[in-house]
Design a protein around this ligand. Structure first.
Ligand code: SF4
Length: 319
């Protein structure tokens, strides 16, 4: 029997949901809203906000005098807060509380004389924000190989106190590998496991689903780090496709698979997942053997009803 399953933790996480709601709430009261960078890695949501009056700006310099600036869930460095304060614009800080916690950790440890080592993608806005709380006292490494190289190059950081943190969306498997590289029982080394639970749960759910699926569809922005990591996690277990929306399904030439799993990144709204499901149902029906009387549409619908029930309180966009 074939089945289609949507991972329970697919889609918006707490921090993204919170940030998106903060922007929409403000747009209801005030049309002069500017987000510092796109609020999430999802063009459909960003376009919808633009249609309601929000502007996306890349730097504080672009702010108009009467605009309200929103800091997105990725957070920003201390210098950006200072620039906004100097400009005098009202600010809404939608930095995810889990990211703010990392800011507090690195600022505190920097003050205590620690060198901060950050696991993550140096080009990602979250990492740029974290760096901005370290007073130039940091290294960023992308994986266990880079970390090993850092230790060798810096003579094991002899005599230095080291504080480790990770990007909230860091791959948990790679983090485990990094922990193996860090010397054990050294009182001068402190490790903060800052990978967000939402990421952990989403990746674990996706891995479990991928293990029992023939095909996984990962839905989310190409620039969404957590979506790309979901793709990597699922690819270990079965053929996996990364798409941004339902339009891309037609070019995939999906084989007729027995078990199809769907998951989605933290920036993917429920209505996009729904569209993918609907389109995929049509595709699957086109390729299925005619002698197999399998109601994929019903299976998808059942799966989505379950998903909607679980996520009902968290979906912020109507479909
Ligand atoms: S993934 Fe976690 S840390 Fe990142 S925005 Fe979502 S809840 Fe916050």
């Amino acid at each position: 029997m074939r089945e289609v399953t949507v991972a329970a933790s697919a889609g918006f996480c707490f921090g993204v949901d919170r940030a998106v709601k903060m922007v929409y709430n403000e747009l209801e009261k005030n049309s002069k809203v500017a987000t510092l960078g796109p609020i999430i890695h999802n063009q459909d949501v960003v376009d919808d906000m633009k249609s309601r009056g929000a502007r996306v700006i890349e730097s504080v310099d672009e702010l108009a005098p009467d605009e309200i600036v929103v800091i997105r869930s990725h957070g920003v460095g201390r210098d950006v807060y200072e620039q906004i304060e100097a400009k005098g614009n009202r600010m809404i800080d939608a930095t995810c509380p889990f990211v703010s916690k990392i800011h507090r950790i690195v600022a505190e440890k920097t003050k205590e004389g620690y060198l901060v080592l950050i696991a993550g993608d140096v080009n990602h806005p979250e990492i740029q924000g974290i760096i901005g709380h370290c007073d130039q006292n940091y290294y960023v490494f992308k994986d266990n190989f880079e970390l090993k190289h850092l230790f060798e190059k810096n003579d094991n950081f002899l005599g230095k106190k080291l504080a480790f943190v990770a990007q909230t969306t860091y791959n948990i498997v790679v983090w485990e590998e990094c922990l193996k590289v860090i010397p054990k029982n050294d009182p001068d080394i402190v490790i903060f496991d800052t990978i967000c639970n939402a990421t952990d749960t989403r990746q674990s759910d996706a891995a479990e689903l991928a293990k029992s699926s023939d095909i996984m569809i990962v839905v989310g922005g190409r620039h969404s780090s957590n979506t790309v990591k979901l793709y990597e996690v699922c690819s270990r277990y079965c053929k996996t496709y990364h798409i941004e929306n339902s339009d891309e399904l037609s070019s995939l030439k999906l084989p007729c698979a027995g078990r199809i799993g769907i998951t989605a990144g933290a920036s993917t709204p429920a209505y996009i997942i729904k569209e993918v499901q609907t389109t995929m149902t049509e595709n699957v029906n086109l390729t299925a053997n005619s002698d197999e009387e399998i109601d994929f549409a019903q299976a998808l619908d059942e799966s989505f009803k379950k998903y909607i029930q679980e996520r009902k309180s968290r979906v912020s966009l109507s479909v």
